[in-house]
Design a protein around this ligand. Sequence first.
Ligand SMILES: Cc1cc2nc3c(=O)[nH]c(=O)nc-3n(C[C@H](O)[C@H](O)[C@H](O)COP(=O)(O)O)c2cc1C
Length: 404
Amino acid sequence: MKAYAISDSVYCLHADVRTNDRFEGIWPIPDGVSLNSYLIRGEKIALVDLIRDWTDAPRQLEEELASIGVKFSDVDYLILNHLEPDHTGWLREFRELSPKAEIIATAKGIKLIEPFYKITQGLREVKDGETLDLGKGMVLQFFETPNVHWPETMMTWEAKSGTLFSCDAFGSFGALGDKVFDDQFSAEEHAFFEKETLRYYANIVSSFSMFVEKAVQKLAGLEIKCIAPSHGMVWRTNPKKIIDLYVTYAGYAKGPGEKEIAVIWGSMYGNTKAGVDAVIKGIEAEGVPCSIRRVPDDDVSYVLADAYKSAGLVLAMPTYEYAMFPPMAYAIDILRRKHVFGKQVLRIGSWGWVGGAKKEYEAAIEPLKWNSLESLEWAGHPGDDSLAALTEKGRELARIVKAL
Ligand SMILES: Cc1cc2nc3c(=O)[nH]c(=O)nc-3n(C[C@H](O)[C@H](O)[C@H](O)COP(=O)(O)O)c2cc1C
C-alpha cells in the first residue's frame, strides 16, 4: 500500500477494510470500506482523520506513511474532523507513537476525547473559520459542519490544492484497492460505487439530510478542486459529481424521490408472495421501474437504500401472531428511524383467521407522513378476484408515482 499524491504536499492514505463485521455493527459491507486519512506537509506535518484498529488498518496506514518517508512520530498535528470511532478508534495507540502531536477538533469534538479515549493533554480546540499555518504556504482552515454526521463534525480546507477534507460527507461504502481517484475508476466501477454511495447515504447520513444541505450551502464559496472524504474515492477530476449526488440524496428526505417503486415483501408460505407478483404485474404494465427486496433475506441496509430513493413503496406482509410479520415490522421501524418520509405507499398481505397486521402497521406508519392507498388484504391464498384487484392496485400506485 502506498500514499497517493493529491498535490506535491497533500497525500491520500487509505486502509481498505474487508471483513464480515458490519459497519456501525448494523450495515453489511460485503465489498469492504475504506478508512481514508490525509497527510499535509508544510514545515509541519498534519494528519487529517485516523482509523480504528480494524482488520490490519494500522499496518496499512503505517506502510503508506512510510512510502512518503513519514513515521507516526513525525506528525505534528492530528486533525479529527469527526470523533466517530471508525476515524478515532486507534487514537490511544497513535498518541503513544506520536506523543508530540497536537490533537485538533471542534470544542464539541475535544469534549468527546476524554470520555472515549481518556486523553486530556495535547488537545487544541478550533473555532469555525480558524486557520492553522503549517508553513511553506500550507494553511488549513476549519469549518464546523454540525451533524454531518455527529454534532462535533467539521471539515478541513486546504486552499493551495483546493482540497476539502469532508469526513463522512461525500463518502461511500466499498474498498478502493489500488486506486483512489475518481478518474482512475471505470464506468462500471463508478456504477458500483454510486450504488454503494446511495446505500451509505441512506444508512448513515439520511437522518441528517437537512444538515448536509446546510453544509453544502455554507461551503459553496470555496473553489473546490478536490473532495477528499473519509470513506470512498477521492474526487479530483469531477468533485461536482459527488456534491450533486449528495444534494440529490438529501433532497429525497423531503420526498418524493425517484419515479420508481420499491417492493418490499415477506412471506412464510407464499400466499402474500402470490399477491406481490400480481402487484408487480400491474406496476410493470405502467412501465414504472421497480426494485424487489424480500425480508429478512435481503438485509435491511439494502431495503432502506431502495425505499429511501423511491417515490413509491409496496409493503407486503402476512399477519403473524395478530401483528405484522416480524421482519417487516423491523424494516418499517428502520424506515421510520431513517426519516423515509413522504412516500406513496400500498400495503398488502394475507391472513388466516382474523388478521392483525393492519392495526400494527397503521400505528407504525403514523409518524411517516406517507400517502397510503387503501390496503388490500385477503384470507389464505389470493383468488382470481383478489389477484385482479392486486394488479389494478399496482397500476394505480404506478400511475400516482408517474404523475408526481
Ligand atoms: C406463526 C404463524 C402465526 C400466524 N398468526 C396469525 C394471526 O395471528 N392471525 C391470522 O389471521 N393468521 C395468522 N397466521 C396465518 C397466516 O397469516 C396465513 O397463513 C397467511 O396466509 C400466511 O401468508 P404467507 O404465506 O404469505 O406467509 C399465522 C400463521 C403462522 C404460520
